[in-house]
Design a protein around this ligand. Sequence first.
Ligand code: NAD
Length: 362
Amino acid sequence: MTHCLHLVEPHRYNLYSYKMSTVSVIASPLRRAIGLAAVYHGSQRCFSSSRYRQVTWGFIGLGQMGFPMAKNLRAKLPTEDVLFVQDVNTAATKKFLEEHSQGVCVAQNVREVAEKSDTVITVLPEPHHVAGVYDQMLGTKAFSKDGSFTKDRLFIDCSTIDPMTSASVAKVAHSSGQGKFIDAPMSGGVVGARAGTLTFMIGAAPDLVDRTTKVLSMMGKRVLHLGDQSAGLKGKLANNYLLALNNIATAEAMNMGIQWGLDPKALANMINISTGKCWPSEVNNPVPGVIEGSPASRGYEGGFGISLMRKDLGLAIKAAKDANVKLVLGEHAKALYDEAEQAENCKGRDFSVVYRHLGGKE
Ligand code: NAD
């Protein structure tokens, strides 16, 4: 049974025009020394009141990354704060609620998340998901009658999308006075999301950096401010463009040397103290057996999926085109990832599997 349990300050609640037709109020001396708590069972709406001030949070997108991030966030928030969660996949919200007996509420839709939260974090797959979710949240200006309150709402989008979509969402948020929107794409993968060690690259006005850093530090260990809104995404896409190319170049160079008869480990060791050294050669070498524990050494399982690499590369190429930036290598690399992703022996594997696709010896 879906249920939620949290506390909201009365005066704040009045700011929202909110229907409370299915409410049952339960006095709960256990929840707070002084205060009332309302608990809604069987309905996804919930509220309660207290003399104390709480902060409300929203989290949309409880997937591979979002679920553990929201978990870390909830664990670091004061108990009295409330986290509203939403995902189109109801199995994910159900699981999240089952794992958190207190301070979590499943919202009926993303609009409800936005209406009730001071800070909203989104972790969604692609640009069209982000555009769609923010359109539902910001589409009609119907939040609060108190404009000064809504202006302070902070939307942090951690999805990897293109800078143009991000900028257009930010424009709607800012021009309608419904809150501030910043981009905060991340690196560190699912392992980093679980461990709370992600790195965030943020694009935000200087006055939002401190507040955003405090929020993101509950889910990661580094927050890098790269400039104004959309700068985080530009940095992330430039980095992943380079990674996509380095990965292929490493696979080709290793394949070349091995086919010439060189020992794979000796070749990798030489490269890693020479000018060809890069992350794919040193940490994520695509040749099985060269680096113990790497995805390549375990059948290319785990790691950074080839479809995510392909997606990021596509976003980088598109964003470069939109800015009239000439790229020579990107389209060739993209064609290779497209092909490899379709191949039965590469699909769903770590992106270093391009070595296999090139016919490398395993
Ligand atoms: P995912 O597909 O596992 O999760 C996305 C979640 O969003 C899903 O649970 C989905 O149901 C939900 N969703 C989709 N549309 C929605 C909507 N309209 N309303 C509410 N929820 C909706 O993806 P992920 O691996 O968690 O990645 C999320 C983002 O993070 C992507 O942009 C990805 O590129 C980026 N990223 C992923 C990794 C990684 O290793 N997985 C690393 C860095 C960055």
